[in-house]
Ligand binder design. Structure first.
Ligand code: IVH
Length: 716
């Protein structure tokens, strides 16, 4: 943006001042956008500050001219922190996927297995289009909209109240009788036609164009300046709820379908294509009907969501990991396109796995430009006979990385070249590559010394599900690593202190300014307090993803508790001969394997991590630099079965074994498959076999089904 010579503030008359305030509002807004929205500032901090100062001085002289969109009205927010965080009291979950009719039938079969005789009733489901936008939460208190948030990682999102307020389809007040608290959830999106208009506008203004409506909606919603969001035509379909000041049945009705009507009556837009299906066949037909409309709709959808209609059955089905058992997303088939494979590059992951990645002639697949696609591994390249120079079919499904699926052999050029998989890591150390015994995965044997792996480990550590440090993405991590500033995760937390004494502090680097440095250091500071679950996940231990990290945090509660237990398990494992029996390795190792969903292989990877002195050194330094919060007691922490280990055996009358197990776990208990001296209770149904006998022999408490129901507070 250009700027003429500034007249001194004293010299301005009222008309000139009004014009000048208008110009400054636009200009400051523009720079805010470059800085916050696009991370590409054009002016120095000093120049920016001068604009803000001038705006303020003119406003002081002409208070009557202060504009409603004046920058002075929104500069109060601390720049470094971006959006405030919002905890979701009821987590915002994701959905399990079905990729074909067979998967959908399996979903229904699971409902039957879980609910037993009530399975048939659960076949009545609501089918809703799966909107390709961003899920948001809208909190209403006494009928008034008070807080809006993004989904974030599901447990914690960002406060975008001001932005959501500008959406016409977010009612400011609920119509009719409103609950004391109602948190509505839905999808914010942009229509295809509005997307075209916005992009034309962006292009005309020389600004970045968006790749697809979803990105345009995301970019518009995550604006620090709500005035920008207000100019973007965003819309919203409501489809779920979170916190309620009462029982869902009382506030929303007995079924999901009724709840949707209730949402409509309060003033929300509910997707008009949603329909009630009486059974599986109906559901499959609904899928086809919605799929047939897909291309004609003015908004993107990427599948059909099915939700068990009866809310009481939903409650019984509950959740597994991060998705409800009572819902599933039947995704549309992946979109494909043909393009040329120009080259194959090798990427080294944080565990040293070498992944071949195709460089493609850019092609649009389902509205997104794709220029790279994963080829998975060497065997896949051979199996598909993919060569450099080939025409390949690439596909994209949802958020997953684009893949090269096949080769068009009749288009193969004479000079296409087979790819020779490297025998050495592409890193500067050129470490030999090893093949895992039975796996197709090639791994760099350099472990902690390989720079690629180190950078990837750091990137993972700072990434969204882990420490979530804003501004510490791939590019900056690589730059800090290459200049020797950060080699291990703990060094992230000493960066600011070292920078203050550095000969070449960050502000002197190209592309960095006082504000961006301040912002980064503040983002790092903000993460010195971290949940145990995120901490464990951040370490990047093989096979320890978010779900496993959560299991470990829940089980061991504190960093000290986990650390001690892992060290002991690692010692036991190191001393034990190769054996498939956890019991024979030792107490701590067996306890680890006893955690539901953690098998020997995950336990071994944990032990390997704790056998490595370098890892222990990093852990100790992290522990000193951070405050790792103990895992919260689960909501039902007071339940008499919380923390206990149960075994179910025989068939139960009132619920299936699956449901009983899920109920016990929801109450904080651990359900094991076999009876040992660590078992607290064995619940014995009809026709129980050896487990009941073993319990008796070991002196473990044996409960009947009725005892069990009483224990969890249900009348038998
Ligand atoms: S229900 C507990 N319904 O899909 C279930 N989600 O893959 C919560 N989405 O994060 C979600 N359309 O952003 C639901 N009709 C719909 C949806 C929908 C789109 C998105 C939502 C969610 C994601 C899960």
């Amino acid at each position: 943006m250009t700027q003429g010579p500034d007249l001194s503030v004293e010299a301005l008359d009222e008309a000139a001042a009004a014009l000048e305030l208008e110009r400054l509002a636009a200009e400051i807004c523009y720079h805010d956008r470059r800085y916050h929205g696009e991370d590409a500032p054009e002016v120095s901090d000093a120049d920016y500050d001068a604009l803000v100062r001038r705006n303020r001085e003119i406003e002081l002289r002409f208070p009557a001219l202060v504009r409603s969109d004046s920058p002075s009205k929104r500069l109060g927010a601390p720049v470094a922190s971006g959006f405030a965080k919002v905890r979701h009291a009821v987590p915002m979950l994701s959905l399990g996927n079905a990729f074909g009719d067979a998967d959908l039938r399996e979903f229904f079969a699971r409902l039957h297995r879980f609910l037993g005789q009530d399975g048939a009733a659960a076949e009545r489901v609501v089918a809703e289009p799966k909107i390709d936008g961003l899920s948001v939460s809208l909190r209403y208190e006494a009928g008034a909209f008070v807080k809006g948030a993004t989904r974030g990682d599901g447990s914690e999102g960002e406060d975008i109240t001001a932005n959501l307020r500008s959406l016409e389809e977010v009612p400011e007040r609920l119509e009719g009788k409103a609950p004391v608290v109602l948190e509505v959830r839905g999808e914010a999106y942009m229509t295809k036609s509005d997307f075209q208009i916005i992009n034309a506008r962006q292009e005309a203004a020389g600004l970045k164009v968006f790749a697809n409506p979803r990105n345009a909606a995301a970019g518009s919603l995550r604006q620090l300046d709500a005035a920008i969001t207000a100019q973007r035509p965003l819309r919203l379909f409501a489809y779920a709820w979170g916190t309620l000041s009462g029982r869902p049945e009382d506030l929303l009705g007995d079924t999901h379908w009724q709840a949707l009507q209730r949402l409509k009556a309060w003033g929300f837009v509910v997707n008009p294509l949603s329909r009630l299906c009486q059974n599986q066949e109906d559901a499959l037909a609904a899928y086809r009907a919605i799929a047939a409309l897909r291309t004609d709709l003015n908004y993107d959808i990427d599948g059909v969501v099915f939700k068990v209609d009866r809310l009481d059955l939903q409650a019984r089905l509950g959740f597994v990991s991060r998705a409800p058992r009572w819902a599933i997303a039947h995704k549309f088939p992946a979109e494909q396109a043909v393009t040329k494979l120009e080259d194959i590059a090798i990427q080294v992951g944080r565990t040293g796995a070498l992944t071949p990645v195709a460089t493609l002639t850019p092609v649009t697949v389902g509205g997104v430009v794709v220029s790279r696609a994963t080829l998975h591994n060497e065997d896949e390249i051979k199996r598909k006979d993919i060569r450099i120079g080939d025409s390949v079919v690439v596909q994209r499904a949802g958020d997953v990385i684009p893949q090269a699926v096949s080769v068009l052999l009749d288009k193969r050029p004479a000079d296409s070249t087979p790819f020779v998989f490297p025998t050495h890591c592409p890193c500067s150390l050129s470490t030999p590559v090893v093949r895992e015994q039975d796996g197709a995965i090639a791994r760099c044997s350099g472990a902690l010394a390989c720079p690629h792996q180190q950078v990837e480990k750091l990137r993972h550590f700072a990434s969204r599900g882990a420490f979530d440090i804003e501004g510490l993405g791939e590019k900056n991590i690589k730059a800090f690593f290459d200049r020797g500033l950060i080699a291990t995760p703990d060094e992230i937390f000493t960066l600011a202190a070292r920078d203050s004494e550095a000969a070449e502090p960050l502000v002197s680097w190209k592309g960095w300014q006082k504000r961006s440095v301040r912002k980064l250091f503040a983002a790092i500071e903000a993460r010195r307090r971290i949940s145990l679950q995120r901490f464990i996940y951040a370490l990047g231990i093989r096979q320890v993803g978010e779900a496993t990290a959560k299991l470990l945090a829940r089980r061991y509660r504190s960093l000290a508790g986990w650390y001690t237990a892992m060290l002991q398990a690692a010692d036991e494992r190191a001393a034990a001969p190769e054996t498939g029996k956890a019991e024979e390795v030792g107490e701590a190792y067996a306890a680890l394997c006893d955690i539901d969903q953690i098998g020997l292989s995950v336990a071994d990877d944990l032990c390997r991590f704790f056998q490595e002195p370098h890892n222990l050194a990093v852990l100790e330094r992290l522990e000193a630099a951070l405050e790792v919060e103990d895992a919260a007691q689960s909501d039902e922490g007071g339940a008499p079965v919380a923390g206990k280990t149960l075994v179910f055996t025989g068939s139960l009358k009132r619920m299936t074994r699956s449901e009983a197990k899920a109920r016990a776990e929801a109450l904080g208990a651990k359900v094991a498959g076999s009876v040992s001296k660590r078992t607290d209770y064995v619940v014995v149904g009809a026709d129980a076999g050896s487990k009941a006998a073993k319990a008796q022999a070991l002196g473990v408490a044996v409960l009947s089904e009725d005892d069990w129901l009483r224990l969890i507070g249900e009348t038998a």
